[in-house]
Design a protein around this ligand. Structure first.
Ligand code: ASP
Length: 417
């Protein structure tokens, strides 16, 4: 009885978020003539909501990864989950960018769109070098990354903390208990913040629509269309096949459970912010916390399939409007760089566009082309973030199934002996 009541309440939060998303869009359309009011008075509530989420994300990531590793105890087990997760992430990202390139080439994303005399006023962001990305994963200070929310470094710290606690054995018990206790507290705070999601989602979406309005999107509608075709194709094909093939799960069940995180990712454009929703959804899908607490935060940081698709589509779009023919070798280079760029993309709004410079530069495309897509970045960002977090959840489901299989095999072997 209590369970049913709880379930009903959960469902109603999803419904509330969906309704406030629609209302936010409608309000944004209505406020197009007064965007200042929307940015001045509605946006701050969205900012408060995002601030609260950002506030709780670092403690949740550190504590849940550490707790996850400590609960595994068996160091080799983390190793096996880690290798599977990283392979899954890299392969699906390469598939994603390939799909993006195929869709952009087939649908001729930039055809018929010539560069007008518009001034390209967009300021090019600092490109990120690959080796720098690698070096920057390792923190030189144990606390600074927590304060700055540098997620890859935060994950490295949590990994060391977890392994450290396991390695010292009995002496690590106090540390383990402290981590467990604070993890519970941080999850509770997270739940409190999630309760105000409907207000947050409304306040986030309304000013975006009010400021940009549907009309500014018209010239670039084709980029949006092609990107969304590829986003949807990747979700419907790659993830459906993965959860069906590797975990024997009905894709419909998977997507039904993913409704809440997808909606939230779409409206917030932040993978990291969506983490709590994703943890909840994967738990509902029956995956174990020891797997999800490792796979999901890592995915929110390094696995960006939607971002890779977007980079592929934008690269072709920019090449076509500048009249540049890309060779097959160049397109293969895009696959490689976009896969690596997605690792360095932070799970926060807009970071994929910064990494796009790296992809463009690698194949010698004009970085100024970013000026054209910058205006619609948010619209593209919403879709790519939804894909990003769905990829993380699909990986969690598959890795969990592989681990369960591995354990069953181990048990059967032990029984035979
Ligand atoms: N906003 C995306 C995310 O949080 C990253 C990106 O800009 O592509 O997943």
């Amino acid at each position: 009885m209590q369970e049913a009541a709880k379930k009903k309440k959960k469902l109603s939060l999803t419904a509330q978020i969906a309704i406030s998303l629609v209302l936010g869009i409608l309000a944004g359309v209505a406020m197009q003539s007064i965007p200042d009011i929307a940015t001045g008075y509605v946006k701050p509530f969205g900012t408060i909501y995002l601030n609260l989420i950002k506030m709780i994300v670092v403690p949740v990531v550190v504590l849940s990864i550490t707790q996850g590793i400590v609960s595994l105890q068996d160091v080799r087990k983390v190793g096996s989950i880690g290798v599977k997760t990283i392979c899954f992430y890299l392969i699906t990202t390469a598939v994603a960018v390939t799909l993006g390139l195929v869709a952009a080439n087939l649908l001729q994303v930039g055809a018929g769109y010539t560069l007008g005399g518009e001034a390209l006023t967009y300021e090019v962001p600092e490109p990120t070098n690959l080796m720098d990305t690698l070096v920057n994963i390792f923190p030189s200070n144990a606390f600074q990354p927590l304060a700055d929310a540098t997620m890859l470094q935060v994950i490295v710290i949590a990994l060391f903390l977890g392994f450290g606690i396991i390695s010292v054995g009995e002496k690590g018990k106090v540390a383990k208990d402290v981590v467990d206790s604070f993890a519970e507290v941080s999850f509770k705070i997270m739940a409190m913040i999630l309760k105000v999601s409907p207000i947050g989602v409304f306040a986030l979406i309304c000013p975006v629509v009010a400021e940009n309005g549907p009309s500014v999107l018209l010239p670039l509608l084709k980029v949006i269309l092609v990107a969304y075709v590829a986003y949807l194709a990747h979700m419907a094909l790659t993830y459906s096949l993965a959860v069906r093939g590797f975990a024997g799960m009905n894709p419909l069940r998977f997507f039904r459970a993913m409704g809440e995180p997808i909606l939230f990712a779409f409206s917030s454009a932040s993978s990291v912010g969506t983490l709590p929703f994703n943890m909840d959804a994967t738990a509902k899908l029956g995956t174990r916390k020891e797997v999800s607490s490792f796979v999901l935060p890592l995915g929110a940081t390094i696995n960006m399939d939607g971002t890779a698709i977007y980079q592929g589509v934008c690269a072709i779009f920019i090449a076509q409007i500048f009249g540049i023919e890309l060779t097959l070798a160049q397109q293969l280079t895009i696959i490689l760089t976009a896969t690596l760029a997605s690792i360095g993309t932070a799970g926060v709004p807009g970071s994929g566009m910064i990494m796009l410079t790296m992809v463009l530069q690698t194949v010698g495309l004009p970085v100024e082309g970013i000026a054209l897509v910058a205006g619609i970045d948010r619209v593209l960002d919403m879709g790519r973030t939804a894909v990003n977090i769905t990829g993380d959840a699909a990986c969690t489901v598959c890795v969990d199934a592989w681990e369960k299989k591995r354990e069953r095999r181990k048990l059967a072997k032990a029984a035979q002996q």
